[in-house]
Design a binder for this molecule. Structure first.
Ligand SMILES: Cc1cc2nc3c(=O)[nH]c(=O)nc-3n(C[C@H](O)[C@H](O)[C@H](O)COP(=O)(O)OP(=O)(O)OC[C@H]3O[C@@H](n4cnc5c(N)ncnc54)[C@H](O)[C@@H]3O)c2cc1C
Length: 388
């Protein structure tokens, strides 16, 4: 009987694993099943654009039927609820699946750090649906203001100044002049805050690039509160450690990620933030029939610290897992995972960005934006997502 490989999650890691494995095997060798809660692949790294009306939702999601067309991958649209490692079974809302090999690529969840009220009263940006919610919420605030002219309606708070927070606040800043014009509201009545607990923005970026990003965003009207932990959130108020209270109808939380709870509950060995430990072949510690890829696991850098969770790492892990599964099925030697960090570029809204390519090339402005765009096109070409 051919082996059954079940891949959980059709994000960057899961899709690349499925396509890579299908490319190198035949239907006689392996039965591949890909499970995802949506019937489309989300371009998560671009979600800040539909969230701020810079792109349509359909531009950041690709139907899985299109990506998997002609490939020997069976797609199951369902929600994973549990992994039973002993029984080699995955429980779904609508049934269950048996596997010989499992690939867990379920991504991450939001970390709220126990801040009172944050989970209840903030929005997050991890899916196309959430991007739509943010966009329509902001539009609604502008629409309601003339009938209830309290400044809370025109005050927007983005919590967290990592890549997600900075890209989102930049794109909202870019959108505000248009919103103000359409609503006939002067721009100076609108306040857009970025609040960060650490003393600088864009952790992991060189200081000069982070400073450049801050300068560009300040010029677009972003008010920074760095070194200002949020200590409590209420329906219309954000409390900072300093005692300052920002009254706002909108708080979007991007300040933390943690591993997927399903991974923790399954009993995999995890670090305190819930990301699973893997060996050099990306097999889960103590479970050689389970591979992990993307945000739900972690690998260490040369300094012995976990690499931050990124799409570029998830894609490279997916490629490695596909290669190792293929080797395993064909009785060949597996290869170790060696991350190759190609640099990171942060969008600052519109066609502006800052970042580093390779080890030393620093870039900003339109060139940086073009580099970011090119990496996106390269990814789409890899998964066959350019064709309509
Ligand atoms: C706004 C934003 C901007 C970013 N910008 C960048 C960037 O510029 N560069 C970069 O490298 N990284 C960036 N990142 C980080 C990057 O998006 C993640 O590291 C990447 O998405 C991780 O890929 P993944 O495959 O592990 O998880 P995901 O892409 O999140 O995929 C996980 C998949 O699993 C599915 N899933 C989850 N739970 C279940 C379940 N229970 N049942 C069924 N299906 C389930 C989800 O629907 C999803 O399809 C950004 C993130 C955000 C939010």
């Amino acid at each position: 009987m051919n082996k059954r490989v079940v891949i959980l999650g059709a994000g960057y890691a899961g899709v690349v694993t499925a396509l890579g494995l299908a490319k190198e095997t035949t239907v006689q060798e392996v039965e591949i099943t890909l499970v995802n809660k949506y019937d489309y692949h989300q371009l998560v790294t671009q979600l800040y654009e539909p969230a701020a009306a810079a792109k349509r939702d359909t531009e950041v999601r690709i139907p899985l039927a299109r990506l998997l067309s002609g490939k020997h991958v069976r797609f199951v649209r369902d929600v994973v609820t549990k992994i039973d490692l002993q029984a080699k079974t995955v429980m779904l809302q609508g049934g269950e699946l048996q596997y010989d090999y499992l690939v867990v690529a379920l991504g991450s969840e939001t970390e709220y750090f126990g801040i009172p009220g944050m989970k209840e009263h903030s929005m997050t940006l991890k899916s196309v649906d959430e991007a739509r919610l943010i966009r329509t919420h902001i539009e609604r605030c502008f629409a309601e203001y003339p009938y209830d002219p309290r400044p809370e309606y025109l005050t927007f708070v983005v919590g967290g100044a990592g890549l997600t927070g900075i890209e989102l606040v930049g794109e909202i800043a870019n959108w505000l002049p248009r919103l103000c014009e359409e609503s006939n509201i002067p721009r100076d009545q609108v306040k857009l805050y970025n609040v960060e607990a650490m003393t600088s923005i864009l952790p992991g970026f060189d200081d000069d690039l982070a400073a450049k990003a801050e300068e560009v965003l300040r010029a677009k009207g972003v008010i920074f509160k760095v070194g200002s932990p949020i200590v409590q959130v209420e329906p219309e108020a954000v409390h900072l450690k300093s005692g300052e209270i920002i009254r706002a109808k909108t708080i979007i939380w991007t300040g933390g990620v943690r591993g997927n709870q399903i991974v923790v509950d399954a009993g995999f060995e995890t670090e305190p933030r819930g990301r699973a430990k893997v060996n050099e072949y990306l097999q889960a510690a103590g479970h050689e029939d389970v591979y992990m890829a993307g945000d739900c696991c972690f690998v260490l850098n040369e300094q012995g610290r976990p690499y931050p969770p990124t799409a570029q790492l998830a894609i490279q892990m997916g490629t490695c897992v596909a290669r190792n599964l293929c080797a395993e099925l064909k009785g060949q030697a597996k290869t170790s995972f060696t991350p190759k960090i190609l640099g990171t570029v942060a969008s600052l809204g519109g066609r502006d960005a800052v970042g580093k390519v390779g080890k030393n090339y620093k870039t900003s402005g339109r060139v940086a934006y073009l580099i970011k765009d090119l990496s996106q096109i390269r990814y789409l070409a890899k998964i066959g997502g350019l064709m309509k």
